[in-house]
Design a protein around this ligand. Structure first.
Ligand SMILES: [Zn+2]
Length: 334
C-alpha cells in the first residue's frame, strides 16, 4: 500500500478518516505489513502482503465469500495475457476511449487479478484504486506493484472504505455476480464526485435465455459446488465443443457470408468468441460455470439503475447481443 492511498480511504463503518497507525514492513515504496486506524471510531484495519484489508472473509456472507473464493482461484490459475484484452476492455467501456483516463482518479469495482486496473494506470490515470473481495487481490497486487499510480484494496463493494473522491468509476463483469447487482452499482456510484462518470458492463437477460434455462441449473446445482481444480478439468469438455464450433463453423461462415452467418444461433457472440484461443475460451466457459451467484439483467432493469443514481447523458449499448454497457455522468448522487 502506498502512503498516498490514505487520502482516498475512509472508514467503511463510520466514514471517518483513515490514518496509518504503524508500518512494520516497508519496501521503500509500499507498506507491506502494518495497521490502519479510523480517526473517528478507532477501528483497526490490517495491511497484509501489501494490501489493506477491510474484510474478514470469515464473517462475510457465505455466498459472497464463495463467489470471491471461486474467482480468486480462477485468477491465480488463468494468467494468460492477450493483446485483444485492450480492445475487449474498451468494448465494455464504450464510448470511453483510452485518452479518457488521462489525469483522472479512477475506481474499479471488482478488479480480479488487476488486468483492467493496470490498463487504466498505463493509460494515464492519476490514481487507480482496484477493489475486490477475494483472493484476486494477491495477484492484482503482484501484477501492479511496479506502477506508482495503482492501489489495490480488499473490501466489500457494498461497504467501500473510500471517500467520494473519484472522477470515474467502472465495473466490468462483476456487478451481476453480487447478491444485489443494483445495490452494488449504487454503492460504486456513491464514490464518484459531482460531474464525474461511471461505466458498467453486465450480462443481459435478453438472448441469454439458453443460459438461464440450461446452463444455470448445472451451475447452481453442480459446477459451483465442486472443487475448482476438478471443475478446471471438467470444463475442458464443454470448452472443446465451443472451440470446435466457433473455429470450424462460425468463423468460416462469417468470413464467407454475413447474410448466412446472421441466421446462425447467437452469431454475434459466438463469432466474437471464435477470435479467442483455447485458454481464453476455457476461461470464459469456466467463468460461466464457477460462480454461485449470477444475474442476467434486462435492458429495462438496467435503465432503472441509471435513474436510481440520477445519472445524466446516459448511453446504454447492446454488446455482442448478449450484454449491456452503460455510461453516464453523475450530477446529483447521494
Ligand atoms: Zn470509523
Amino acid at each position: 500500500m502506498k502512503d498516498r492511498l490514505l487520502d482516498l480511504l475512509a472508514c467503511p463503518t463510520c466514514g471517518g478518516d483513515i490514518l496509518l497507525a504503524y508500518a512494520s514492513k516497508y519496501d521503500g515504496k509500499e507498506i507491506i505489513e502494518g495497521v490502519l486506524t479510523c480517526k473517528k471510531c478507532d477501528r483497526e484495519y490490517k495491511i497484509l502482503r501489501g494490501v489493506p484489508r477491510f474484510v474478514d472473509l470469515g464473517k462475510i456472507e457465505e455466498d459472497k465469500a464463495a463467489t470471491a473464493e471461486n474467482f480468486g482461484w480462477q485468477w491465480t490459475n488463468f494468467t494468460q495475457e492477450d493483446p485483444k484484452y485492450n480492445e475487449q476492455f474498451l468494448g465494455w467501456l464504450q464510448p470511453v476511449k483510452r485518452e479518457f483516463f488521462a489525469g483522472k482518479v479512477v475506481l474499479e469495482g471488482g478488479c480480479g487479478k488487476g488486468r483492467h486496473t493496470k490498463l487504466a494506470a498505463e493509460w494515464g490515470a492519476a490514481d487507480v484504486v482496484g477493489i475486490d473481495l477475494g483472493d484476486g487481490v494477491e495477484s492484482a497486487f503482484a501484477l501492479t506493484r511496479g506502477l506508482p499510480n495503482v492501489h489495490i484494496v480488499q473490501c466489500d463493494i457494498f461497504k467501500l472504505p473510500l471517500k467520494k473522491a473519484f472522477d470515474y468509476a467502472f465495473s466490468v463483469g462483476v456487478l451481476h455476480h453480487t447478491p444485489d447487482p443494483k445495490g452494488a452499482f449504487v454503492s460504486l456510484a456513491g464514490k464518484v464526485k459531482k460531474g464525474g462518470n461511471i461505466s458498467a458492463w453486465v450480462y443481459g437477460a435478453e438472448n441469454n435465455e439458453w443460459i438461464t434455462n440450461y446452463v444455470d441449473p448445472v451451475r447452481t446445482g453442480f459446477t459451483s459446488q465442486i472443487s475448482q481444480p476438478l471443475l478446471y478439468q471438467l470444463s475442458k469438455l464443454p470448452t472443446l465443443g465451443v472451440f470446435l464450433t466457433t473455429k470450424l463453423v462460425y468463423r468460416p461462415i462469417n468470413a464467407a457470408s454475413k447474410g448466412v452467418a446472421n441466421k446462425l444461433f447467437y452469431n454475434e457472440y459466438l463469432n466474437h468468441l471464435g477470435t479467442f484461443g483455447w485458454r481464453e475460451q476455457h476461461n470464459i466457459v469456466f467463468d460461466h460455470l464457477v460462480a454461485p451467484t449470477a444475474f442476467y439483467i434486462s435492458k429495462t432493469a438496467f435503465a432503472e439503475w441509471w435513474k436510481e443514481i440520477s445519472a445524466e447523458d446516459v448511453e446504454i449499448t447492446w454488446h455482442n447481443e448478449n450484454s449491456w454497457c452503460g455510461f453516464g455522468r453523475i450530477e446529483n448522487s447521494k
